[in-house]
Design a protein. Sequence first.
Length: 550
Amino acid sequence: MDQPSYDAIVVGSGASGGFAAKELTERGLEVLVLEAGRSITVGDFGVADTDLRSNGIRLGMRIRAQLAGQHVQSRALLYREHSRHLFVNDREHPFSTPADKPFLWIRGRQLGGRLHTYGRVLLRWSDYDFKAARRDGHGEDWPICYEELAPFYSQAERFLQLRGCADGVVNLPDGEFVGPAKLTTAELLFKKKTETRWPDRHPIAWRYMPPNVKRLPQALVAAMETGCMTLRTDAIVRRVLTDPTTGLATGVEFVDRLRKQIETVSAGAIMLCASPIETVRVMLNSDAPKHPNGLGNRSGMLGRYFMDQVPSLIAGSVPEVMGSESDDTVPPDPFYGTSGGVYLPRFANLNRITNSEFARGFAFQGTIGRLPVAKNTPARFALMGFGEMLPYADNRVTLSQCKRDAWGMPVPHISCSMHANELALLREQMSAIKEMVRNAGFLIDYSGSQLGLEEFGQGAFPDADWFSRLMFRRNFKTSMSMGAAIHECGGARMGKDPAHSVLNPHNQCWDAPNVYVSDASCFPSGGCAGTTLTIMALAIRSSQHLANSV
């Protein structure tokens, strides 16, 4: 019996894979989507814990998670007991790191990937990101500019019906929104006091996607409705198959997750959308006569210039505001809870050097006055910092030479650490946010980063027992390791010169043009805003290029 052949195979079903499938099928291509994890149903999305005590340390929950095999996943800030099944089991999906360079690889292996557990904040990047290298000389410019990507940002925003406001922030372009987002009373207080003292700093409301009540990723649903998509879950792609003469892709080899049987399928083009580490892993494992060091690795760049944003965390109380409130423009969701929050875009080193100790800058995202508390209790705040990591050749993903997973594939070895620039940036990142929250009259309960817990007062988790507080202090540093931002990118960067990049400006592999890579592994730089909307826009752009090339 002849094996079926497709116009294109999409590997992965998350932010990139979903939009790739949508764009290709809507243009009439027959597409096979391969997802390494299981399928999902509405039953996978229960009711969130609304107990006021759930804002505490949750030591018991995290201990149970570690005993069950989620010793890495349970360190994620958004990890909760009701959503634990949407994170992988770390024993089943191992990886390695150097002993002195810990990395938290947070993953979700199910249909839709991490779209079920991310914060749903979707932000555009600007030429302050895409063309940063020409401003400060670090790394490489992207081979595309904001003007080229803007139409694809718009397509994603309209499709997902984003909420947000026209804020006029020069380095965070406004998008296309179906309605406004709101700031709470406490967030407005922070905005007013911050802008009064620092006119160049502009806290804004989140630009976010409302909760998806259908639960299946919207882009995948749209692809299904075309009748041109075939979906195969529990299909772990091991390698891209290539022609020994031309080097072009001919299909993929994958293993059935449950039966552990190897299968192959052919296609005219391949789109790798599996997330940066997994995509690089597949490419490195796809060695062949024309690709002896891995698919697309003629330049030696594959796996290099891997990045994540530099994380920090600060939390405390707002004495001037009692109780909690939320954005009432979107109804609360039983699984996700309430929507909305506050975002402080990057303000350092934009049009001029404001701090010569480091290049690039940082941003902050979180909530003020939204965390559930009693009506007569001061409002709470929690803000996470995201600093830009510069691209370094020695921050890289390779394949383990001695360890394989349960399906016979070499596990990834992740080596990613801060250099002097990031250490200086992180110190200023922490100093700046502490100064801003104190200027707003807030009280800090705790703050810190990978450098350690800087503050931990008596106000931090006052209802917790002494042992829980002790464990929080001891484990905080490792919970803020690289990877905690969950904005990893790079490893198969795009560029204009095949000698210094893996992909061309259309996300095609230089060495095999019928292979497209449209997840965040293609990023030449890491920015400090969230990566998800840019991933979606790139997937739309590259998929349309593929469809127009057939």
